[in-house]
Design a binder for this molecule. Structure first.
Ligand SMILES: [Zn+2]
Length: 620
């Protein structure tokens, strides 16, 4: 080695160690395309080689080719990074193609640096014939997937490839022959056979003598899914594809569609996926054992709130501490107007005197409603329906209302006057809450930001989802016991939001970014890069989503980070059972530790004004 070369090498090493890994000028890319492979079938099949790639990179089973789901347009979109509106291909005959203005990523690589060694090996010949054959140094059409594997291995073993595209076709062929479905053995067998070919290729790749210093990115995807024996339509089964970007410089990340749960029928005031405690009459109840904290005597002002969801208004005890056989009996109760509604009501008595007032009717419509009453013991009790003042009645003549049997939700203290429907969010405060506060908070989760927070005596959310204990978040003890009522998941309509998942056009953009080509706006790429490559183009500027949220690590343990949240948004974390367990206030760090040890799927709700989205976080 002469001195000049040594000098040049040491400069090169210094530069690369300063500018970091992504500036390595030995970036290389391998794209493996598997025709017609549905992501759910990829997950159903035994695919250790592909699983190994997933373990080392970004994986999305919820990526999309939401354009034309035939192979011609699909591969054109993947290889050129634009949709059919630009590349012009709408069918497998490639009529109308415009690869002149929207060339393949291979063409752009060769244009940038013609000394790069580029290859394309395809089982389905039109990919080379129409798109790549003029763009790469060597385009090979072969007649079997095994031959694709063999040719790739030969080049990886003996050559010096910088960019390579492989196309495997047997999965699609078996989908057309036997069905695109996880329950079809021939289709799954083809997926597993392809995984064996991938294993051979990857093993040859990683055995390259200089593999450790070559900065390889492996991209794996498919052109479309399938439904029945075909594809080409716009069903989610045909449009959903998988996206894998794997390599030493890629962080491990799972990118899934967002799950949006819409309650059906639409109901107010409920966290997404929250469990409900359902009372079906016959003495179903929650009992809060008597305790000093429940004593109200003759003078203690207090406010009580409860959310109900019911379809009928008979004479029942929704929440109370009394024998409801007579309104004169000591104690208070929330009920319905005698004998059968339609208004809800509150009764309070001391054994000699009673006071009664009716709230609004219309609360038995099968949706959640909040019933509230403030009791000014030397003045009025005031009833509020969904936070709106409804009625008042003088209760200054009522003496002590303590009975000594504790409180009951869903029945009176003797298990009679049983309520049918769901009950949630029972809140018990010392003092009188104002109409403004009751209105502001009647549909919100309770937090320390509530103006009467320090007066909270009891808060039973009733969203545990299982078991016979209901907790009181007000730290005054008063744990409740479920007696016969049943936990139910609310009926909900689950919809999916794919706006944050990769698109087939992202493959080309990601490959170019990794290969250190600047993604020029003038290229009009529809794809974006999913890796931290070395393009200097402002990725935000070409991001397809204005509100691009990332949640990671996912799955994770202990805590997670959210990026892309608007500055004024709020973040709320719900347990798998729907209980709200964490609030992040605006302006706080986006690293969130929900302080939980339970494994499962957590829902992260982000609210920014009118906009709302729900992400899933899997805690391992
Ligand atoms: Zn096909």
């Amino acid at each position: 080695m002469n001195n000049a070369l040594t000098f040049a090498l040491s400069i090169g090493l210094t530069l690369s160690s300063i500018s970091g890994f992504c500036q390595s000028n030995d970036a290389r890319v391998l794209i493996i395309g598997i025709d017609g492979l549905r992501p759910d079938c990829l997950e159903a099949a035994e695919t250790p080689a592909i699983d190994g790639l997933i373990a080392d990179g970004i994986f999305s089973p919820d990526a999309l080719n939401n354009d034309i789901t035939y192979s011609g347009p699909g591969w054109s979109a993947m290889i050129c990074g634009v949709w059919s509106g630009s590349h012009g291909v709408t069918s497998n005959n490639f009529v109308g193609s415009n690869f002149e203005d929207f060339p393949s990523f291979m063409h752009r690589l060769e244009l940038e640096n013609s000394s790069l060694n580029t290859y394309s090996i395809c089982h389905w010949a039109p990919i080379n014939d129409y798109i790549l054959s003029e763009d790469v140094d060597e385009a090979l059409n072969v007649s079997s997937d095994a031959a694709v594997r063999d040719a790739a291995q030969a080049i990886l073993q003996d050559g010096n490839p910088h960019a390579m595209f492989l196309h495997f076709d047997d999965v699609d062929i078996n989908g057309h022959g036997y069905g695109f479905d996880a329950g079809v053995p021939q289709y799954i067998n083809a997926v597993e056979a392809t995984d064996n070919f991938v294993a051979d290729v990857i093993s040859t790749l990683t055995n390259r003598p200089n593999y450790a210093t070559e900065n390889w990115l492996v991209l794996l995807s498919t052109d479309h899914g399938g439904l029945g024996y075909n594809h080409g339509g716009t069903s989610i089964e045909e449009e959903t594809i998988f996206f894998i970007a794997s390599g030493a410089s890629v962080p491990t990340e799972l990118i899934v569609k967002d799950t949006l749960e819409i309650q059906s029928p639409p109901v107010n005031c409920v966290a997404p996926g929250a469990a409900e405690l359902n009372f079906e009459g016959n003495g179903d109840a929650v009992h809060i054992e008597d305790a000093p904290a429940l004593q109200l005597g003759a003078d203690q002002d207090f406010t009580l709130e409860v959310r109900i969801r019911t379809q009928a208004t008979p004479d029942v005890a929704i929440v109370g501490n009394k024998d409801w056989n007579s309104g004169l009996n000591p104690g208070f109760v929330f009920s319905f107007e005698y004998p059968n509604g339609p208004a809800w009501k509150v009764n309070i008595g001391d054994g000699n005197n009673r006071a009664d007032a009716n709230g609004l009717s219309g609360v038995a419509d099968g949706q959640w409603h909040t019933l509230s009453c403030s009791f000014d013991r030397d003045g009025m009790m005031r009833l509020y329906t969904d936070g709106v003042f409804s009625a008042e009645e003088d209760i200054s003549g009522i003496g002590t209302i303590d009975v000594g049997n504790g409180w009951f939700f869903g029945s009176d203290i003797f298990g009679a006057y049983s309520y049918s429907g769901a009950i949630a969010e029972v809140r018990f405060w010392h003092g009188l809450l104002t109409e403004e506060t009751l209105l502001d908070w009647h549909c919100s989760s309770l937090t320390a930001a509530h103006p009467n927070w320090t007066s909270l005596q009891g808060h039973w959310a009733l969203t545990e989802g299982a078991g016979t204990e209901v907790s009181n978040s007000a730290s005054t003890g008063l744990v409740g016991t479920v007696q016969g009522a049943n936990w139910q998941q609310p009926e909900s309509l689950i919809t999916f939001d794919y706006s944050n998942t990769p698109r087939i056009v992202d493959i080309a953009a990601t490959a170019l970014d990794h290969m250190c080509l600047n993604l020029e706006p003038s290229w009009n790429l529809d794809g974006i890069s999913w890796i931290d490559g070395c393009t200097s183009t402002d990725v935000q500027r070409i991001s397809r989503e204005e509100w691009k949220t990332a949640l990671f690590p996912n799955p994770g343990a202990e805590d997670f980070q959210i990026t892309g949240i608007p500055p004024h948004a709020t973040i709320e974390v719900f347990q798998p059972n729907g209980a709200s367990i964490h609030h992040a206030q605006p302006g706080t760090s986006t690293r969130i530790n929900p302080h939980t040890s339970s494994k499962g799927v957590y829902l992260i709700r982000i609210v920014d004004g009118e906009r709302q989205r729900t992400l899933r976080w899997i805690r391992q």
